[in-house]
Design a binder for this molecule. Structure first.
Ligand code: FRU
Length: 465
């Protein structure tokens, strides 16, 4: 068999991709001594899912990443599924020697057919005493076993400071439940509570996260519970929903649950098809909440036409909460883009979106080919993105798509920040209240755009203002 054609023009510059292998979920996002660590679900031996291990990359600006040796490698009997990393400042787990600080990874062990535990998913630990560069599995693994085949993706955080305890959010994926546990030492765990099923339940629940976030312009905070689901998400296939509420150290209680069953009535971190398994960093200074998602969709992830790597991460996004005109608190996400980056195209636009107005942004190659169309509809109050004529779309039937988001603000104009980076487009509308992330596979970089606004009949141009 000949190897597929290399696709260097599709390699993003500001979104992490593995050198020449497969990746999916971000894992163990943690900030240590000025360095951001991104571990990730990785097949070190190929460009499709399998041999799951934790790959490893670091960055000081969240944009330029350096890939390192595989941090946690699969064995004959065990695959290393998703999980998180915490800084064990007080050495509660006892892994650090004198003068050392341990990082502790909490991950899912998924056992292979040759293991006596085949079919079970349990939680295990590994630790690093060299700031995340090398890892040792804990001799007492696993540390938490519910005798379940779908118990995975532990996200651990500290509750109550030095006098508090560790909290783990994980999923019973097939039951569509987030399960919360507590521990004094990361080794022994006690069930606190369960959340779900709730809102979107048309697929398995995966990769939960639970964290406090500031409400913009107030001194208040709320807790946000994030949970991915696949399939059954708003745009089709996988997606990431969230709930805003309170956590008292035992239980998460959402502020509001929608009684209706429409997917569009629930809260989603993203409205495109390519934002999954998003989780936040631990230990970031000044309580900033930064998230990264896997910019992909399980529907077609195995077939995306890049080579020799497959799969990319989203940009890092800083999140907070905003009170919307309908009274609800919603997550706002803004990309972390510290500097001008060569090869990255960022458009900041303010397009007309009053009554009767439909604004279209057409993003193409320098030759005007492979159009990606963004549309803001002032009557419907929607933002949509049509990638069905943008480059290679035929590799999977559910790839060509037009996806739509509901705008949250009323306004004669709508602000859009569009980041185009080779095979990824991230749209941040209304200052990040609405985001839409899509993969695209154009024949050449999408570096050009034009905008136009049409006015529906019955409206005079400028009606809105
Ligand atoms: C989510 C997921 C996780 C699991 C991992 C395996 O994309 O299915 O639930 O831990 O991927 O690679």
């Amino acid at each position: 068999m000949t190897a597929p054609r290399q696709t260097p023009h599709l390699r993003p510059v500001a979104h992490f991709t593995a050198r020449d292998t497969w990746l999916n979920d971000p894992n163990g996002l943690v900030h240590v001594g000025g360095t951001y660590h991104l571990f990730f679900q990785n097949n070190p031996e190929g460009s499709t899912w399998g041999n799951m291990s934790w790959g490893h990359a670091t960055s000081t600006d969240l944009v330029t990443w350096t890939e390192h040796e595989v941090a946690l490698r699969h064995t004959e009997q065990e695959q290393i599924f998703s999980g998180s990393v915490v800084v064990d400042h007080d050495n509660t787990a006892g892994f650090a020697g004198p003068g050392e600080t341990a990082l502790v990874a909490i991950y899912t062990s998924a056992y292979s057919a040759s293991s006596p535990l085949h079919g079970r998913q349990v939680q295990s630990l590994a630790y690093s005493v060299d700031a995340g560069m090398t890892w040792t599995p804990h001799a007492g693994n696993p540390v938490l076993d519910r005798e379940s085949s779908d118990f995975r993706d532990p996200k651990v955080f500290r509750w109550g400071g030095a006098d508090g305890y560790w909290v783990m959010a994980a999923v019973e994926a097939a039951d569509r439940q987030v399960v919360l546990y507590s521990s004094p030492d990361l080794r022994t765990w006690t069930l606190l509570s369960e959340f779900g099923p709730a809102h979107a339940v048309g697929g398995v629940w995966e990769c939960p996260d639970l964290f406090p976030v500031r409400v913009a312009g107030t001194g208040e905070t709320r807790w946000v519970l994030v949970v991915s689901l696949t399939p059954g998400a708003l745009a089709g296939g996988g997606g990431t929903q969230y709930f805003v509420g309170d956590f008292d150290g035992v239980r998460f209680v959402p502020e509001r649950l929608s009684a209706r069953e429409e997917l569009a009535g629930f809260d989603w971190l993203d409205h495109g098809r390519d934002y999954y398994a998003a989780v936040s960093f631990d230990n970031v200074p000044e309580d900033r909440r930064l998230m990264i998602g896997w910019a992909n969709n399980w529907d077609y992830a195995a077939e995306t036409p890049t080579w020799p790597w497959r799969g990319a991460m989203s940009l890092a996004r800083e999140v907070d909460l905003v009170r919307c005109p309908d009274g609800a608190l919603r997550v706002r996400q803004r990309p972390v883009l510290p500097t001008d980056i060569e090869g990255l195209t960022v458009f900041d636009l303010e397009v007309p979106s009053g009554p009767g107005e439909v604004s279209e942004v057409r993003i193409t190659t320098a030759d005007g080919a492979d159009p990606l169309l963004l549309r803001v509809d002032g009557d419907a109050r929607t933002l949509s993105c049509d990638r069905s004529r943008c480059g290679d779309v035929d590799f999977h039937p559910s790839f060509p798509s037009e996806d739509t988001a509901t705008l949250r603000l009323a306004g004669a104009t709508t602000r859009l920040r569009v980041v185009v980076d080779a095979c990824l487009v991230e749209v941040f509308a209304e200052d990040g209240l609405v985001t839409l992330t899509q993969q695209v596979f154009p024949t050449a970089p999408l570096t050009t755009y034009d905008t136009r606004t049409v006015v529906r009949s019955g409206h005079a141009p400028g009606d809105a203002r």
